[in-house]
Every structure is written in C-alpha cells, then in structure tokens.
Design a protein around this ligand. Sequence first.
Ligand code: SF4
Length: 281
Amino acid sequence: MKRIHVDQIEKAIEEMCIEANYVLPVDVKNEIYEAMKTPATELEARTLEIMLKNIEMAETQQMAICQDTGMVIVYITMGQNTCIEGGYIEDAIHRGVAAGYEKGYLRKSIVKDPILRENTKNNCPAVIHYRLVPEDCFRLTLSVKGFGSENASQLKMLKPSDGVEGIVDFVTSSVIEKAPNACAPLVVGVGIGGTFEKVAALAKQALMRPLKQAHPESHIQNLEETLLQKINDSGVGPMGFGGNTTALAVHIETYPTHIAGLPVAVNICCYLNRHVTRSLL
Ligand code: SF4
C-alpha cells in the first residue's frame, strides 16, 4: 500500500495555486504564438501581442495573469490502494488553497452561499473530483477557472436524431454567441454522452488535455477539427475585435450514454487556460 501524508497534499496545492495563477502552460502560450503568425488585421495582431506581453510579465514578475484568479478545481487521480494519512484530504486541500491565495496575493472570489453571497475570504472551497485507478499513483491537476468564460458555458440534452449536425450547431452557436464576452481566443471543452451531470464534468475535463494532443479516436478528432474551423470562420477573433483566431482548440471527451439521449455540454475557457499537474508518488 502506498502512503501519502496530508501535509504533502496541502503544500502541493498551495504551490500549485500560485503557479497556475502566475504561469500559463507552455502549450497554451505556444498556440497564441501560432495565432500571431496569421492575423487577419493589425488589430488582431496587436491584441494577441498584448495578451502575450501580459502572460510574460506575469511570469517574470511573479504576479497573477488576470485579476480574476478563479475558482479552484482539483482533479485527484489516485491508486485504489493509496492510504491518506494525517487527516482528511479535503481539509488539507482547502488549507492549501487558502495559503496559496494568501501568499500569492491572489484575489479571493468565492462566496459561501450562492444566494446570500458572503465572501469566504480565503477562496475556499475548491471543487474536487476523484478518480480511483488500479495502478499506484497520486496525481493532482489543479485548474483556476475565471467566471467570464465559465458563465459562457452551456449544456443541452439533444435527441439522438439530432446527430452530429445537432452537436455541431449547438456547439458552434453557443461559442460564437458568447466568445466576445469570454476573452477569446478560447479553449473549448465539449462533453458528449453520459448523463446530465456527467456530460458537464466531461466538458471541463476536456480543457485539461494538452493542446495539440489529438483525441485517440479518428471520428472525434475529425469532429474537433470541424468545430474549430467553424468557430474560427466566424471571424469573432481575439477579445471579439475580429480576426482569424476565435478559438485555439476544441477538445471533446465522450462517455457511453442511454439509447434515448445525446447530452452535450460546452465548457468555455478564455485564452488563460490555467492549470498545473503534479505527481506525489
Ligand atoms: S475570462 Fe479569463 S481573461 Fe477574461 S477576465 Fe476571466 S479569467 Fe481573466
């Protein structure tokens, strides 16, 4: 049996909160550099240039890339024989988030009750997802999700007869309508299948896949390419100012579903697709 002490988890989460807010993953940065090569207009080129400057300044000066430092989402992938020692894992995660947001001078954006809306003042709680796997591992992926783009996300229970055409219509119309308010160029996560709650989780999980990493199934890969092309053909462009690059990538994750259903969810992320992964075993 593998053992992990909660102190290791707390420390990792603290550091990951700061890193995710200061340093954009290299694959996301590279795609923005790529977009710089083919701007439609001077305004598009200038907008992308300012975005890259912002990203570089945050990294070199060790400060938040955006004022919206997001809600923390933690994905835990752990071997089923792992023993967590020293306390409750979720308490450790929340201590790590609180410490990271304090030490990193990051804005605390979470309200305790969605109706009463009193700030928790430590950016807790995080949203936590677990996945148990047969092999020995303990892997954390931490994402910080701003709500300019989270609010642009949508879910629809399509009918099986809507087919691929229905999926393409729903995803492209959702993204094109919301992109100007979601700080494009976007990374678009799409979930297809499962149930009402599963499809939303799939769409978010799709955002964690490295950009340029192709989906293993060719029909899904083709659908990702079709969606990306249609979204970019819209001409919405960076920040909605017009241009060739409205989205940097479209990623799809699927799951088996019921014969009577075709759930589809679109989780939109802005150009700051901020996430970090660490293995503790
Ligand atoms: S959508 Fe992204 S870039 Fe825009 S304000 Fe929110 S976190 Fe910042």
